[in-house]
Design a protein around this ligand. Structure first.
Ligand code: ADP
Ligand code: ZN
Ligand code: ZN
Length: 717
C-alpha cells in the first residue's frame, strides 16, 4: 500500500492522506472514492505532499477510476477559482463532481462495431445482410437500440449477432468524427462575416482571446457565434454556450437543431440521474461537441474545449449568489485563458465591465450596428406620468391604452412589462397603518391572487390571505397598495375585454413554453409579464411595448441600479419590431430627464455609457475600482455584533484598501438571522483576496456565525 493525498469533494480547505494499492498509478487529478466520517465521498488525487502519518492510521480508498482524470489545465483553473473567489478547494472540486454517480460505470451504454473475422462463421440472412451493409460506410460505433432504429431489423437479430461475436462491444471512447459538419445557414451580411472571421481565426490558432459581439437586438449575433461553433466542430473541438437562464435554452436548442442537424447537450438541474450521467460522460469522452447550459456547465469535464460563448453577458443571473459565490462570465473567461481558447461575450447592452475592457483594448469589439433585413430599431418614447390624471386602481396611462388599442385594431400584439410578481407589493391596514411583513425577514408580504397567498419574496415564506389586521384586529381593513402584474392583468381585462390575454412570471413558469409559443404564433393579443419576457424572445407580430414603471429598478440605489435598469428597458423594448412591422416602446416615468430614460429615448447607448462610467470612475467603483463584501449572520444578534466589533478592531492597516463597516445589512433580518456587512474598496490591481486571508482566516469565529465573502459583489441588500 502506498500513501496518497486526496482532495475531497466537500467543503474542506485541505487534502487528506489515504492508502492505495502499490500497483495503482497515483497520477494527480485521477478520481477516487474514499471513506470520510461515515460517508463515501468522491475526491481527486491532489498532490504528492504527504503528511507524516503512519500507514496503520490511514484508511484505504474505496474505488479508483483510472479512466477519469482532470487535466493539469483544469487543476490550474481549480486552484485559481478557489483563490479568486475566496472559497475552499474542496468546495470547488464539488462543483466539478457534484454527484458520485456521474462517474460510475455506465453499463447501459454499450456501443458495437463489426468484427469482420467472425462473419464467415454465420449464415447470412436478409436481416443480417442489412446490418452488415449498414456498417460498410460507417466508422462510428452504435448502441443496439441505435442499430435497430437505423437498420430496421428486430432486436433479436442484433442480439444474435452480438452473441455470435460479429458485433463486438467497444470500450467507451471517443468516436472517430469523420462526419461532415451539417450546416444550413443564411448568407451572413458583411458585419456578421467580419465578426465571425475574427473568432474563427482565433479558434484556428488556439489562442486565448476575448471578444465582445456588441450588436443591437435582432442584428444576428446568434448566427455569428454559430459560425464560430461550426469552425470548432470542423476541428473536432467542443463548444460551450452559456445562457443566463434555463428558460432561454429551449429556443436555442431548436435553432441549433435546424442549423447543425443534431441536438446539443443541455445541462440543467432538471435532468434525470441517468441522463445527467450520460451527458457528463459524453462530454468527458469528447462525444458531445456542443453543450448549452447555465452557470454550472462551466464545471463539465470537457475533453477538448475549443470555444466558450457567454450569451447575454451583461445578465446578473450569471452571478451565483447561493453556496459558492462566483461570477460565471468572469470564470468563463478564466477557464478560456487556462484552456487557451477564445471566449465570446454577446450582448445588445454590454456590461460596463465589458465596455471598459473594450475601451482599454482587452476585448476585441465586434459590432453589428443594424437589424437584419428591413427591420428597424424600435422607437422608444416616454410617457410623463406627472401629466397623467391620477385615477384610483389604474396604472396604465390613457396614452398607452390608446396605443394598445391601435395595435389591436391593426391585429398586432402588445407587451406590458412590470418587473413585479403578484398582485400588490404591500398590504396595509387602513385603521392603524400596519403593513403585513414576513415574520422572519425585513420584507413585506406580497399578495398573490391567481394562487391566493401572501408570499415573502425574500425567503419564500407564505400564508393564506387574511382579512383582519394582526395589530389592531380591525376586520376588512387591509388594502392592497401598488400594482404587481396580476393587478395590471385585472386592469387590462377591464379595459380590453375582447382581447386575448396572457400573463407570465416565475409564478407560472411551467406555462412558459406554451405562452411564449402562443405569443410567437400570434394567438395572444396582449402579454403581461415580468423580466422573464424581457430577453431573447422573437415575436414577429409584436409592435407595441409598454413599461408600467420605468423608474422601479432605480429605487434600490446600489451601484449598478442605473445600468441594470438601462439594460432591462432596452431589452424589453428590443422585443418589438423585429420583422417587417415597425415597433414602438413606451416608458411610463416620473423622471423623463434621468440619464437612463434620456439615452434610451434618444437611442444613444454611448451617452449612457459615458455618463455612467464617469460616475463610477470618480467614485473608484467597478469597473474602475474593485469591491468585496463580507456578510455575517447569526440568530443571536448580540453575539454577532460582538464578533463584528472584534473583526473591526483587527482590520489590518493598508494604504490600498478601505474597509467600511460593520453596518447592519439593508435587509437586516432574513430567515430569522440578523445580518451585518463589511465592504472593502480597492483599486483594480490590489490583491484583495490576500488581504482578506491575512485578516479573517485566523479569526476564531463562534460556530453559529455564518461568514460569507463575496468578491465583486452584485447584491448589496
Ligand atoms: P440577435 O441574436 O442579435 O438578437 P439573431 O441571430 O437571433 O439576432 O437574428 C435575428 C433574426 O434574423 C433571426 O430570426 C435569425 O434567424 C435571422 N438572421 C440572422 N442573420 C441572418 C442573415 N444573415 N440573413 C437572414 N436572416 C438572418
Ligand atoms: Zn390595523
Ligand atoms: Zn421572509
Amino acid at each position: 500500500m502506498k500513501k496518497i493525498s486526496v482532495l475531497l469533494a466537500t467543503n474542506t480547505p485541505k487534502a487528506y492522506n489515504y492508502l492505495m494499492p502499490d500497483d495503482f498509478e497515483s497520477e494527480v487529478g485521477t478520481f477516487v472514492k474514499v471513506p470520510f466520517r461515515n460517508r463515501e465521498l468522491m475526491g481527486i488525487i491532489w498532490d504528492q505532499s504527504l503528511e507524516k502519518i503512519e500507514n496503520s492510521k490511514l484508511k484505504e480508498i474505496i474505488e479508483y477510476y483510472p479512466s477519469f482524470k482532470l487535466s493539469d489545465r483544469k487543476l490550474d483553473f481549480i486552484n485559481f477559482f478557489s483563490r479568486y473567489n475566496f472559497t475552499s478547494l474542496g468546495g470547488v472540486i464539488k462543483l466539478f463532481i457534484p454527484h458520485p454517480y456521474l462517474i460510475e460505470k455506465n453499463k447501459s451504454i454499450k456501443r458495437y462495431k463489426l468484427d469482420k473475422k467472425n462473419i464467415d462463421k454465420i449464415t447470412i440472412t436478409n436481416a443480417r445482410k442489412t446490418v452488415l451493409e449498414f456498417f460498410e460506410n460507417e466508422t462510428k460505433f452504435f448502441t443496439s437500440s441505435e442499430l435497430i432504429k437505423k437498420t430496421n431489423v428486430s432486436s433479436s437479430v442484433i442480439n444474435k449477432l452480438i452473441e455470435e461475436n460479429v458485433l463486438k462491444a467497444v470500450e467507451y471512447e471517443e468516436q472517430n468524427n469523420t462526419d461532415k459538419v451539417y450546416s444550413k445557414k443564411f448568407d451572413l451580411n458583411k458585419h456578421q462575416t467580419k465578426a465571425a472571421n475574427n473568432i474563427i481565426n482565433s479558434i484556428k490558432n488556439n489562442k486565448f482571446e476575448r471578444f465582445l459581439i456588441d450588436g443591437v437586438t435582432g442584428s444576428g449575433k446568434t448566427e455569428v457565434y454559430f459560425e464560430a461553433v461550426e469552425e470548432a466542430l470542423k476541428e473536432n473541438k467542443q463548444s460551450l454556450i452559456l445562457l443566463p437562464e434555463i428558460s432561454l435554452t429551449d429556443s436555442l436548442f431548436d435553432r441549433i437543431k435546424v442549423r447543425f442537424g443534431f441536438e446539443p447537450s443541455m445541462w440543467h438541474s432538471n435532468l434525470s440521474k441517468k441522463k445527467r450521467r450520460d451527458i457528463w460522460q459524453d462530454i468527458y469522452h469528447g462525444n458531445s461537441k456542443l453543450i448549452i447550459g447555465a452557470r454550472s456547465s462551466l464545471f463539465l469535464p470537457f475533453k477538448n474545449i475549443g470555444l466558450i460563448v457567454v450569451d447575454e453577458e451583461h445578465d446578473h443571473s450569471y452571478k451565483q449568489q447561493e453556496g459558492i459565490i462566483y461570477h460565471a462570465r468572469d470564470m468563463a473567461i478564466s477557464l478560456a485563458s487556462f484552456e487557451k481558447i477564445p471566449v465570446v461575450m454577446v450582448s445588445a447592452t454590454p456590461s460596463l465591465e465589458s465596455v471598459l475592457n473594450v475601451k482599454e483594448g482587452k476585448y476585441k469589439n465586434l459590432v453589428l450596428p443594424e437589424r437584419i433585413g428591413d427591420a428597424i430599431l424600435p422607437e422608444i418614447d416616454f410617457i410623463d406620468m406627472r401629466d397623467e390624471e391620477y385615477i384610483k386602481n389604474q396604472w396604465i396611462s390613457e396614452k398607452l391604452k390608446a396605443e394598445i388599442k391601435q395595435a389591436l385594431s391593426r391585429k398586432e400584439q402588445s407587451l406590458i412589462f412590470l418587473n413585479r410578481r403578484g398582485y400588490a407589493p404591500i398590504t396595509l391596514c387602513k385603521s392603524c397603518g400596519h403593513r403585513l411583513e414576513c415574520p422572519k425577514c425585513d420584507s413585506y408580504l406580497v399578495e398573490h391572487k391567481f394562487n391566493p397567498k401572501l408570499i415573502c419574496h425574500q425567503c419564500g415564506f407564505s400564508v393564506k390571505p387574511v382579512n383582519s389586521c394582526s395589530e389592531c384586529n380591525s376586520k376588512d381593513s387591509l388594502i392592497a397598495c401598488g400594482p404587481g402584474i396580476e393587478r395590471i392583468t385585472e386592469e387590462v381585462l377591464r379595459t380590453f375585454p375582447e382581447a386575448k390575454i396572457a400573463t407570465l412570471s416565475s409564478d407560472n413558469s411551467k406555462d412558459t413554453h406554451k405562452v411564449l409559443n402562443d405569443m410567437r404564433e400570434g394567438s395572444i393579443d396582449i402579454l403581461i409579464g415580468t423580466q422573464i419576457i424581457s430577453k431573447g424572445h422573437h415575436f414577429p407580430l409584436l409592435t407595441c411595448v409598454g413599461v408600467i414603471d420605468a423608474d422601479l429598478g432605480m429605487a434600490n440605489g446600489d451601484l449598478r441600479a442605473a445600468e441594470r435598469t438601462y439594460q432591462l428597458l432596452h431589452q424589453v423594448s428590443g422585443r418589438t419590431g423585429r420583422e417587417k412591422k415597425p415597433g414602438k416602446s413606451f416608458l411610463q416615468t416620473y423622471f423623463p430627464a434621468h440619464p437612463v430614460i434620456k439615452s434610451l429615448v434618444e437611442g444613444k447607448k454611448e451617452n449612457f455609457h459615458n455618463v455612467e462610467l464617469k460616475t463610477r470612475q470618480i467614485n473608484n467603483l467597478p469597473p474602475y475600482g474593485r469591491l468585496a463584501s463580507i456578510i455575517l449572520s447569526d440568530t443571536n444578534s448580540k453575539k454577532l455584533i460582538e464578533f463584528c466589533n472584534r473583526l473591526k478592531k483587527s482590520i489590518p492597516n493598508s494604504e490600498e484598501i478601505i474597509v467600511l463597516g460593520p453596518v447592519p445589512a439593508p435587509m437586516t433580518r432574513v430567515r430569522g438571522r440578523t445580518r451585518y456587512r463589511f465592504l472593502l474598496k480597492a483599486n483594480k490591481e490590489t490583491n484583495i483576496q490576500k488581504y482578506l486571508e491575512f485578516w479573517i482566516s485566523n479569526q476564531k469565529k463562534p460556530s453559529s456565525i455564518r461568514l460569507t465573502v463575496d468578491i465583486d459583489p452584485y447584491y448589496f441588500l
